[in-house]
Design a protein around this ligand. Structure first.
Ligand code: TGC
Ligand code: FAD
Length: 386
């Protein structure tokens, strides 16, 4: 975190964790930072190239074991997410969706055959996955999904559609969640299966360095072994979300840190009324408050990481982290923008890009309201969802 590290936050980290962080930070400095403003402006990301490079470094499915995955600690995975998102939330999303959603679903719920077929290629970045839960009419409430899977002999027929799916336009496979006669089940769907189409969603004002798409499923015929055998019920996709939300708890801090770095540099250099704006008390109050929030968010993330490593992390604890860290990261990004004045809205600085990205991060993987309700349910024992 240095030079924003007021609390010696590295103390609880192991050598391997610091090393992974350094490697990812260097990768982001070399392969993301110099180009990302252009990708963002042009609304594109070289997903395939990046996936292969990330795969070579073991970043894809890095917290999973076997099948070519690195088997890193939860904290190491979190640190990698932080560094990736310091580059851009879209780049972290590419890695989250691949590792925590698509690969995790297959790793946790797939057959041995499915794992052998997909996971090594996905870990290497040679196959890109996406995760289709959200639908045009069902976002926060996936239990109401309209996508259906029905039996036709031994085959499955999939009908419906998924919306806002990260990586869909560039994916080789999708993990699609659909309602069968009795419960929600997951299917591994190669994107070249007849009846599957993916359309890129254009004109996004946020997460522009990320490919987002709509998937249409028109009577898609799948063999019997396309179903994830161990995924039965909505708990299966929701458990995948817990994995990805954990990465976001960390990632959001990276975007905030990058904003604060840029802003500190700027405030020290920029002079008004004959002195650096960093010397004004009002600016220092903003900087101090933001640095304090960043440190608190980091301590929370490390705590959740250690709970995960002890096998004790509960979904509502991840909600505490996602709710707090994304909300605070967005507040930091917006506050940083004020310190940059007019330059705050310029693409020459990363601040507005991060702020815009964090608007998506606030919404995806469970909106902040949904996480408030999850925490509220835990506190009161009462569900306020419906
Ligand atoms: P509910 O009755 O509460 O739960 C159904 C079953 O699931 C279990 N469960 C979980 N298990 C693991 N992890 C979790 N986080 C879980 N949450 C619930 C639960 O125990 C139950 O099990 P069982 O055995 O009793 O059946 O379900 P509900 O229908 O009332 O919904 C609860 C709610 C609203 C919290 C849930 O639907 C929700 O989280 N909604 C938000 C949807 C969401 O986050 N979508 C994200 C889509 S993916 C995405 O956005 C990717 S963005 C790209 C990127 O990550 O970078
Ligand atoms: P809605 O559910 O319609 O919510 C709209 C508003 O109503 C929100 O403020 C919400 O908090 C509020 N609200 C809803 N229900 C309640 C309630 N019970 N009480 C109080 N307030 C409520 N999905 C995937 O499956 N895979 C992906 O890869 C993926 N990638 C994404 C990438 C991007 C860039 C974005 C923006 C979204 C992505 N999503 C993905 C979808 C994302 O998960 C959903 O947008 C999110 O879950 C919210 O659903 P919604 O947009 O339909 O909003």
């Amino acid at each position: 975190m240095a030079p924003l590290d007021l609390l010696d936050l590295d103390v609880p980290l192991g050598d391997d964790e610091r090393q992974i962080r350094s490697v990812v930070r260097r990768l982001v400095d070399e392969r993301v930072r110099p180009y990302v403003a252009d990708w963002y402006a042009e609304g594109r990301v070289p997903a395939r190239e990046l996936a292969v490079e990330f795969g070579a470094l073991g970043l894809l499915g890095m917290h999973l074991t076997g099948y070519g995955c690195a088997g890193a600690s939860a904290t190491a995975y979190g640190l990698a997410c932080l560094e990736l998102e310091a580059g851009d939330s879209g780049v972290r999303s590419l890695v989250s969706v691949q590792g925590s959603l698509a690969m995790y679903a297959i790793w946790r719920y797939g057959s041995e055959e499915q794992k052998q077929r997909w996971l090594p290629a996905m870990a290497a970045g040679e196959a890109i996955g996406c995760f289709g839960l959200t639908e045009p009419d069902h976002g926060s409430d996936p239990a109401s999904m309209a996508t259906r899977a029905r039996r036709d002999g031994t085959d499955w027929l999939l009908t419906g559609g998924k919306m806002w799916i990260t990586n869909a336009p560039v994916a080789d496979l999708a993990v699609i969640w659909a309602r069968t006669e009795d419960r929600v089940r997951g299917f591994v769907v190669p994107m070249d299966t007849p009846g599957v189409t993916a359309r890129e969603i254009r004109n996004k004002m946020s997460l522009r360095a990320s490919a987002t798409g709509e998937i249409v499923l028109a009577d898609v015929r799948l063999p019997a072994d396309a179903v994830l055998p161990d995924a039965a019920g909505l708990g299966a996709p929701l458990s995948c979300l817990t994995e990805a939300r954990f990465g976001i708890v960390w990632g959001a801090l990276g975007a905030a840190r990058d904003c604060l770095h840029a802003t500190l540099d700027y405030a020290v250099e920029r002079e008004q009324f004959g002195r650096p704006i960093a010397g004004f008390q009002l600016t220092q109050a903003k900087l101090a408050d933001m640095a304090v929030e960043l440190q608190k968010g980091y301590l929370l993330a490390v705590h959740l990481g250690r709970l995960a490593e002890a096998g004790r992390l509960r979904p509502e604890q991840v909600s505490v982290g996602k709710l707090n860290n994304v909300r605070e990261a967005l507040a930091i990004a917006r506050q940083c923008r004020t310190i940059l004045g007019a330059n705050g809205i310029s693409g020459e600085y990363p601040v507005m890009r991060h702020a815009n990205n964090l608007e998506s991060v606030l919404t995806y993987e469970g909106t902040s309201e949904i996480h408030q309700l999850i925490v509220g349910q835990r506190l009161t024992g009462l569900s306020a969802f419906a």
